[in-house]
Ligand binder design. Structure first.
Ligand code: MV4
Length: 469
């Protein structure tokens, strides 16, 4: 096992990794930027080391700074968390060269899955179902028109270096394709430094269902379980749940077996996720693979009792997976609400400031993964995630009821946040029936109209705040 781990991340995930290190009795060093000096993970860590100023390019994304921080503090492994350098093949490569272990898959696997057209090829060869689409990249508009004829409209143009929906362009006819193709290319070039694009048939209102996998360095790969992540706004997940509602046992078993086969074909080890689109007939299609621990991993932990971050560390150290099939039958249901510092009533404008009062929810079936504390000042330099409210119930209904309870009892003042928005989602009749799809949030937003403003005001009313003032 590792002697000491460098946590090259911040916020709730730095804290989550630190907790896994504690459970494994591994000392941990938190690498932080200037503005995170007083953060909770830094305060709780065994050691902390500053890696640069606030801009991520000069700290959390600065490979030489991260490598040096690990070496000078005597670490033998780096956990990158999610975001920042988590899917950076160069970091994984340099780690190998200087004798550090990158807690993630090998660089060649990161690179292959990072190219979405290459990932499609690997999955196709393995017999994983894909939407009709191009074999590789689409080099010219002429090729794009030809491909659209073969695929059939509507089509979507995606960046090979993209992922998560950034730089996506939908075309429903030749005219839209002609206009959209160069835009997709130049957006891909400026966003990812790689203008290569590929094409797929576009599916209307699909569900986003992803499969958590984990593999060791001895050839064992298991699909742990699926998550429904259909509730997204501008490609940002808002609510996730496990298991996926209204999925037949047959489709679920097939999905998990298929994901396992895909991960094996990619020579995968470590924790990873295969994303699929699910249509209304229960057909699923591979979209992309993420080679990191994901934000929403806790809901899979809640229904399996596995510690995915601890397993990710253990397999990186060379341990064998010893997960029994019995542990893979999901027990009950889990939901996660991502609380962000945004104003849902005003186009989700980012909100910054200092947390005045924070009281975390608790009680049976409630887990709060957050780095907040009363008096914490939120730096404006990074993403707006404040924490994740995660509930577990023996049924979906119980997990929903517990989420409503947890959201009601959370006290968070001083910054505008999305708890009122989450309460509207939870109160929605279609959501309560488990009728989720990727059009849900946009449709809810238009139904809500000005209701969000009222909900935000109500939330701020002092008589609802038992603590503070
Ligand atoms: C798609 C799609 C429909 N057809 N691909 C890709 C990444 C994801 N974040 C957005 N992506 C989509 N890819 C094809 N061929 C629809 C989406 C999509 C979506 C997917 C999951 C969750 C929310 C979404 C919202 C809009 C579009």
């Amino acid at each position: 096992m590792f002697k000491k781990i460098l946590i090259a991340n911040r916020g709730e995930i730095a804290l989550r990794i630190l907790r896994a290190c504690r459970d494994l009795r591994i000392p941990a060093v938190v690498a932080y930027s200037d503005v995170d000096h007083d953060s909770l993970p830094v305060r709780l860590a065994d050691e902390a080391v500053c890696i640069g100023p606030a801009p991520a390019a000069r700290s959390y994304n600065n490979i030489p700074a991260v490598i040096s921080a690990a070496l000078v503090t005597g670490c033998d492994a780096i956990h990158p968390g999610y975001g920042f350098l988590a899917e950076n093949a160069y970091l994984a490569e340099i780690c190998q060269q200087v004798g550090l272990t990158f807690i993630g898959p090998p660089p060649d696997v990161i690179e292959k899955m990072g190219n979405k057209a290459e990932a499609r090829k690997v999955m196709k060869a393995a017999g994983v179902p894909l939407l009709p689409g191009t074999q590789g990249i689409v080099p010219t508009l002429t090729h794009a028109r030809q491909a659209a004829r073969e695929i059939g409209y509507p089509v979507v143009i995606k960046a090979v270096a993209g992922g998560g929906g950034r730089g996506m362009r939908v075309a429903t006819n030749d005219a839209e394709l002609t206009r959209g193709y160069p835009v997709a290319q130049s957006e891909a070039e400026s966003a990812f430094g790689n203008g290569d694009v590929y094409m797929e048939r576009y599916l209307q209102r699909p569900r986003h269902v992803e499969v958590q996998v984990i593999g060791d360095q001895h050839g064992n790969v298991v699909a742990i379980g699926e998550r429904d992540c259909s509730l997204q706004r501008r490609h940002q997940k808002v609510v996730e749940e496990a298991p996926a509602p209204h999925l037949s046992d047959k489709v679920r078993q097939n999905l998990l077996k298929t994901a396992e086969k895909g991960a094996r074909a990619a020579n995968y080890w470590s924790a990873g996720t295969l994303e699929f689109l699910l249509d209304t007939d229960g057909h699923f299609y591979f979209m992309e693979m993420n080679t990191r621990i994901q934000v929403e991993h806790p809901i899979t932990e809640e229904v399996t009792s596995l510690d995915l971050v601890a397993w990710q560390i253990r397999v990186a150290a060379g341990e064998r997976l010893t997960i029994h099939p019995e542990q893979l039958k999901p027990r009950g249901h889990s939901i996660e609400c991502r609380i962000t510092a945004e104003d849902a009533a005003n186009e989700f404008r980012p909100s910054v400031g200092t947390v005045e009062t924070y009281v975390a929810p608790g009680g049976p079936g409630v887990r709060m993964d957050s780095h907040l504390f009363s008096g914490y000042s939120i730096p404006p330099n990074y993403d707006s995630l404040l924490g994740k409210v995660i509930t577990w119930g023996s049924t979906r209904e119980q997990a929903v009821a517990r989420m409503e309870r947890a959201l009601r009892e959370t006290v968070l003042t001083g910054v505008t946040h999305t708890i009122p928005f989450h309460r509207e989602i939870l109160a929605d009749a279609a959501f309560q029936r488990g009728e989720v799809h990727t059009g849900f949030i946009p449709e809810l937003m238009s139904r809500l109209g000005t209701r969000l403003k009222d909900a935000a005001e109500e939330d701020a009313m002092p008589q609802r705040l038992p603590i503070g003032r």
